[in-house]
Design a protein around this ligand. Structure first.
Ligand code: ZN
Ligand code: ZN
Length: 337
C-alpha cells in the first residue's frame, strides 16, 4: 500500500509499504481523510521527543472498515468511523479512572503504531466512533483536544477569556467557548488568515501581536487581567504571556506543546495565586462529546478553512505548516477520494 513516511528530519516521502493485518480486537480501515496536527509538524522538524523516524504519522482520521480481526463483529465492515487514536492498557489506575490520556503505557496510533497518512491503518475496535461525514469526522480528534482544555478551564458565563494561538486547537477552543456563551473572547495570533477564521469562530477581539507587545495591549484592555487564559501554543513567550495576562486568582490551561524547558515568572504565580493546569489530549468521554458536537453541526469544514490534498503533497504541506502564512486552519491529506 501507499504511505507517506517521515524518513528523516524535514523529509516526507511517499513509499510502498506492506498492508497490515488486523489482530485480535483490531480492525483494518481504508483511510478517508487525515488531518495534519501541530504535533506532527513538531515531529517533522525533529522537535517532538515521542516521534522517531522512520514513521507513518497521522492520528486525526476517518476510515471505512475493510477487514476485522478475531473477536470483532463482522457487520461493521463497510462502515465509516472516526478513530480515537489513544490506546490505553486498560488495567492501570488511570485507565480505570477513565483517564486513558494519562495511561502509564499509553500508546498512540501515528506515534507508537503506524498512523493514517496511508491507504490503510489498523485501530482497536473499541476506539471506533460511527460518523456520517468523512471530512467532519476527521475533526473529532483535534476538537476533543480543545474540548478538554475548555472543560478544564472552567470558563463560566460572564468571564473574560484569552486564547493564545488560533491554530486548530486554539480556533476550536474559541468555537466551543463562543458556543458556551462566552461573550468576551480575545485571541492573540500573528497569522492574519487564522485570526480572521478565529473571528468567524466567535472571537470578539483580535490581537495581531506577540510577546510584550501583546501583553501591553491586553493590560490596557484588562488592567486587572483576564479571568481565564488558554495557551494553545506552549512556547516560552506564550506561557509568560499567559502568566502576566491572567488576573489574580485566575486560571491558565496549558494545552500547546511547543517548548519543554521554559523560563517563567514563578513568584508572580505564587503572589497572584494563579492556577495553572495542563490539558493533554482527551478522555473517551471528551472524544464522545466531540463526535456528538460534530454530528450536531458545530463546525462546517466546507467553509474554506480546511484544505484537502493528496498524500503526494505531504512534504509541501508540512513545510507550509512550519511557517506562519498558511491560509487554512486545518490541512487534511487523503490517499485518494
Ligand atoms: Zn493531534
Ligand atoms: Zn492504562
Amino acid at each position: 500500500m501507499k504511505a507517506l513516511v517521515w524518513t528523516a528530519i524535514k523529509r516526507m516521502e511517499v513509499k510502498d509499504v506492506e498492508k497490515p493485518k488486523p489482530s485480535l480486537g483490531w480492525v483494518l480501515l481504508r483511510v478517508r481523510y487525515t488531518g495534519i496536527c501541530g504535533s506532527d509538524v513538531s515531529g517533522f522538524l525533529g522537535l517532538n521527543e515521542l516521534r522517531k523516524p522512520p514513521l507513518i504519522m497521522g492520528h486525526e482520521f476517518t476510515g471505512v472498515v475493510e477487514e476485522v480481526g478475531p473477536n470483532v463483529p463482522k457487520d461493521i465492515i463497510g462502515r465509516l468511523f472516526a478513530v480515537n487514536p489513544i490506546v490505553g492498557c486498560g488495567h492501570c489506575r488511570y485507565c480505570k479512572m477513565g483517564l486513558k490520556n494519562l495511561c502509564i503505557e499509553r500508546k498512540i496510533i501515528g506515534i507508537d503504531y503506524p498512523g493514517a497518512y496511508a491507504e490503510y491503518v489498523l485501530a482497536p475496535y473499541d476506539n471506533l466512533y460511527p460518523v456520517s461525514d468523512p471530512v467532519r469526522g476527521a475533526l473529532a480528534e483535534p476538537l476533543a483536544t480543545s474540548l478538554r482544555a475548555v472543560r478544564l478551564s472552567n470558563a463560566s458565563l460572564g468571564d473574560s477569556v484569552l486564547v493564545l494561538g488560533a491554530g486548530p486547537v486554539g480556533a476550536f477552543a474559541i468555537k466551543l467557548l463562543s458556543a458556551s456563551g462566552i461573550r468576551d473572547l480575545t485571541v492573540v495570533e500573528i497569522n492574519k488568515n487564522r485570526l480572521e477564521w478565529a473571528r468567524r469562530f466567535g472571537a470578539t477581539r483580535l490581537i495581531e501581536k506577540s510577546g510584550d507587545e501583546a501583553l501591553k495591549e491586553i493590560k490596557e484592555l484588562y488592567p486587572e487581567g483576564v479571568d481565564v487564559v488558554i495557551d494553545a501554543v506552549g512556547s516560552e513567550s506564550t506561557r509568560r504571556l499567559a502568566i502576566n495576562a491572567v488576573r489574580r486568582g485566575g486560571r491558565i490551561i496549558f494545552v500547546g506543546l511547543h517548548d519543554n524547558e521554559v523560563k517563567i515568572p514563578g513568584n508572580v504565580i505564587v503572589r497572584n495565586e494563579i492556577e495553572i493546569k495542563g490539558s493533554f489530549s482527551y478522555t473517551d468521554e471528551d472524544f464522545r462529546r466531540s463526535v456528538n458536537l460534530l454530528e450536531q453541526g458545530l463546525l462546517d469544514p466546507r467553509e474554506g478553512w480546511v484544505d484537502i490534498r493528496p498524500l503526494e503533497r505531504g512534504q509541501e504541506s508540512f513545510e507550509e505548516l512550519t511557517g506562519t502564512y498558511t491560509r487554512y486552519v486545518k490541512i487534511m491529506l487523503t490517499p485518494g477520494e
